[in-house]
Design a protein around this ligand. Structure first.
Ligand SMILES: NC(=O)c1ccc[n+]([C@@H]2O[C@H](COP(=O)([O-])OP(=O)(O)OC[C@H]3O[C@@H](n4cnc5c(N)ncnc54)[C@H](O)[C@@H]3O)[C@@H](O)[C@H]2O)c1
Ligand SMILES: O=P(O)(O)OC[C@@H](O)[C@@H](O)[C@H](O)[C@H](O)CO
Length: 481
């Protein structure tokens, strides 16, 4: 079977040689699965409907990246959408031909900077994970490239400023609170460190529009299990295909001028895409991060310990399903600000998305960087429950206990640990000590706070760890389901 290339796709009538010639309208930092199944898929819908007439230049943010793999297929790949909509199966696949350029700044710094010179390019999008929008202390103005994403972007913007060109609409998609203002501040910080002066910072503030965004689409990535079968169906070998659910939501927040700019430059709504503009992304963010990512993070601890491998398996098990439903209803919804009914409808829709029978969403992949995910997706719920007088949320506390059990080395090879080396080392040092729970929970470098200050938490976690040692996780799940 032939590997996907432009000639193969043209022969199959899936693209035309002109597609690669569209002007570059977007610079995208990140070549990962999510952006390719979300932003690039959206751009494809706009191009298909004649609403955009532009392509994306994908920049690789890290030295070890995958743009060369995209180049091996002349930037073409397939997005496979599979899931349930109103209980009915929806399955489709589509060739994406809207990535017009790929740039690895570690190999082609000048090519990277030159992206700033094209006046047709008006939008910057990024998803560099929750770790990416951080100023790297070691970055120097002479580094080509500097390691951090904000410093790379700052260089690109400086070049734009030096060319006296208009600024960009800047749409970060990282799953952190206030991603727009956070990126804006990081850029100012870099500009000050690099000694670029007031004129540049004034231009940055005046000529560029920063919006905060919240993205939602479950993208498990490359469908390893059924790749061969899919290639047979597609008629070509595609090493870069991405599987995702059909559901998609993009919430974009800014003032009225920013909202108008989004509609003008990226007319996604006209293409029937669920893009919502508003002045505050926070309620949407909380709803999604706590009711979708939160239970995912719980599953990655509790259900992995019970032997489950995928989200679908968890939802197919009566007890685990009930455990997750109770977590949503009793420990997450009551401490949210949006109306209860809206939250309940959202939670029910999330459960239907988790039920997706066509997508094997691996708990190991969700378990990547579990500690940081616990801090951003579940810890605020522990605090909110306690502060609102509801007591410790037992299921979330069990997730924390299972995390300590796994990271403390008690699950052995049965559960994969993939995390920041500093986090792994901190757990390794504390493991085996008599006061393990106290030591680890008091480490503010891990959790951002000293968790031993949360009344009753050390005792509750210790009790769970004792029960895990005595009887395993299942009786604990049964009790809370
Ligand atoms: N996969 C999903 O279902 C999904 C859905 C919504 C949001 N997200 C978010 O998108 C992000 C990426 O997910 P993915 O599935 O594309 O993963 P991926 O592993 O396919 O891609 C990760 C991307 O992030 C970049 N990156 C990683 N660490 C970085 C750092 N420190 N600085 C700069 N760039 C860095 C990589 O270069 C790569 O481009 C995750 O943080 C995730 O929370 C994922
Ligand atoms: O992508 P991660 O690894 O940050 O988190 C795992 C999942 O919770 C996440 O990918 C969700 O599927 C996604 O956020 C849905 O929009």
């Amino acid at each position: 079977m032939e590997r996907l290339q432009e000639a193969v796709a043209v022969h199959l009538g899936l693209t035309s040689a002109q597609a690669a010639q569209r002007p570059i309208r977007i610079i995208q930092f990140g070549e990962g699965n999510f952006l390719r199944a979300f932003v690039d898929w959206i751009v494809q819908q706009l191009n298909n409907k004649g609403l955009f007439g532009g392509n994306v230049a994908v920049v690789q943010p890290l030295e070890n990246g995958r743009v060369h793999v995209l180049e091996d297929q002349e930037r073409l790949y397939t997005v496979i959408l599979e899931g349930l909509k109103d209980g009915k199966p929806v399955r489709s696949h589509e060739l994406i031909d809207s990535i017009g350029k790929t740039v690895d700044p570690y190999k082609d710094w000048d090519g990277f900077l030159a992206l700033a010179d094209d006046p047709d390019t008006q939008i910057i999008i990024s998803n560099t994970t929750e770790a990416g929008i951080a100023v790297n202390d070691g970055d120097k103005v002479t580094d080509q490239p500097p390691a951090g994403y904000p410093a790379k972007l700052a260089h690109l913007l400086k070049r734009r400023f030096d060319r006296s060109l208009p600024g960009f609409l800047i749409m970060p998609c990282e799953l952190i609170a206030d991603n727009g203002p956070t990126l804006h501040r990081a850029l100012i910080n870099v500009a000050e460190r690099f000694g670029w002066g007031k004129d540049f910072i004034d231009w940055l503030d005046r000529e560029n529009t920063f919006v905060s965004t919240l993205v939602d689409r479950i993208v498990p990535g490359y469908p390893r299990e059924d790749a061969q079968e899919l290639w047979e169906k597609l008629g070509y070998e595609d090493q870069n295909m991405v599987k995702a659910e059909p559901f998609l939501l993009w919430v974009v927040a800014g003032d009225q001028t920013a909202q108008r700019k989004v509609d003008e430059l990226l007319p996604a709504r006209k293409a029937g895409i669920d893009l919502v503009t508003c002045d505050d992304v926070q309620p949407y963010r909380e709803r999604k991060v706590y009711l979708l990512n939160g239970p995912h993070t719980t599953m990655a601890q509790v259900a992995r310990l019970a032997g489950f491998k995928t989200v679908g398996q968890v939802m197919g098990d009566k007890t685990m399903r009930s455990f997750i439903t109770c977590e949503m209803e009793e420990e997450i919804i009551p401490v949210q600000t949006l109306p209860k009914e809206e939250l309940e409808n959202f939670a029910a829709a999330v459960r239907e998305r988790f039920d997706n029978p066509f997508v094997q969403h691996s708990l190991d992949s969700i378990g990547l960087n579990s500690v940081a995910k616990f801090v951003s997706r579940l810890l605020p719920l522990v605090t909110a429950n306690v502060e609102q007088g509801r007591g410790l949320p037992k299921r979330i506390v069990l997730a924390l206990s299972c995390l300590l059990w796994i990271y403390g080395g008690k699950a052995g090879d049965a559960v994969k640990i993939q995390d920041d080396q500093k986090v792994i080392d901190a757990f390794r040092e504390a493991a085996g000590q008599e006061d393990f729970v106290n030591r680890i929970l008091s480490d503010a470098s891990i959790w951002g706070h000293d968790l031993t200050r949360i009344a009753g938490l050390v005792e509750a976690v210790q009790k769970n760890l004792d029960d895990l040692a005595d009887r395993g996780v299942q009786p604990l799940i049964d009790r809370l389901a």
